[in-house]
Design a protein around this ligand. Structure first.
Ligand SMILES: C[S@@+](CC[C@H](N)C(=O)[O-])C[C@H]1O[C@@H](n2cnc3c(N)ncnc32)[C@H](O)[C@@H]1O
Length: 276
């Protein structure tokens, strides 16, 4: 605990990062990774492999963008930097590990931005000065950038989380739920509209398990149904006794090598189901 407080004191984030709580989150991810390193390794390796396999399918070699890069535990930064002219790491908070990589590798650049574009609006809604946007607008976090390759890495399920406590009980359950679902759907819509190859890796379910027995399962994507993925795996994020001696916590993870095609296929089948 003391070690984490010290780490946070040394790596306090910008106003944006603090408002989304992402500097604290980075310290706790780092601490948990240290404690659960062996259990996390297959997930980190599978994510890096997915990103590199998708990157190999990109037709241009100009700009690669990684969304939700964080400490880059699951991002093959050096390999991407060897394959593209420029690698842009995008996150609300770039902890010291990412800043070190950007210093050491000349074609790696950091962009600090809220990829939902909603932090300011939610602040105003929480103060009663604005209404929640409905539908949730498409974000435009990287204006002017034309990527050849984009990877959204273990980010999608995290997007609504900072807003849970902000919006509290001010709004109806239905309005809040529609907003959280809309945030994740808008991330998918924005990714699917990008030029170049797009890769998505994200968790779809959070589970507490005892061996084969699933004690609890929660949808990680606020009701957004993803199309059939290219790859699936399980991330044992908190093997016992990390969270409890009675269960392990694990995330179900999916990966797409061509998210644009998969998401468009989903939209098309939704349309034909509605017409039938
Ligand atoms: C589960 S972590 C991903 C792990 C990270 N790739 C790593 O290897 O450490 C989710 C990341 O998404 C970032 N994030 C969450 N919400 C964000 C937002 N609205 N805009 C930008 N980044 C966000 C967090 O700061 C965090 O680094």
């Amino acid at each position: 605990m003391l070690r984490e407080l010290f780490a946070l004191w040394r790596d306090r984030g910008s106003r944006l990062a603090r408002s989304l709580g992402q500097d604290r989150e980075a310290v706790s991810i780092d601490a948990r990774h240290r404690r659960c390193r062996a259990a996390w390794e297959p997930h980190l390796a599978a994510t890096k492999r997915l990103v590199l396999d998708a990157a190999a399918l990109a037709s241009g070699r100009g700009t690669a963008v990684v969304l939700g890069s964080g400490a880059c535990l699951d991002v093959p930064v050096a390999e991407l930097a060897g394959q593209f002219a420029e690698v842009v790491l995008v996150d609300a908070h770039h902890p010291w590990q990412a800043r070190k990589l950007a210093k050491e590798i000349p074609n790696v650049r950091l962009v600090a931005v809220d990829v939902t574009g909603l932090a300011g609006i939610v602040r105003d809604v929480a103060k009663g000065r604005a209404a929640l946007p409905s539908p949730v607008p498409l974000p435009d976090p990287l204006p002017g950038l034309v990527p050849d390759f984009t990877a959204s890495v273990n980010l999608a399920s995290q997007l609504p989380i900072p807003f849970y406590s902000r919006l509290g009980r001010r709004l109806s359950d239905e309005a809040r739920q529609a907003f959280y679902t809309g945030i994740i759907a808008a991330h998918g819509d924005w990714l699917a509209g990008l030029p170049g190859r797009v890769c998505l890796c994200c968790d779809t379910a959070w589970e507490r398990v005892d061996g084969e027995n699933v004690l609890e399962r929660r949808d990680a994507l606020e009701g957004v149904a993803l199309p059939p993925p290219d790859r699936t795996w399980t991330w044992v994020i908190a093997p016992r006794p990390e969270e409890s001696p009675a269960y392990d916590r694990q995330n179900r993870v999916v990966g797409y090598l061509d998210f644009v095609a998969a998401w468009r296929g989903r939209k098309a089948s939704e349309k034909s189901a509605a017409m039938a």
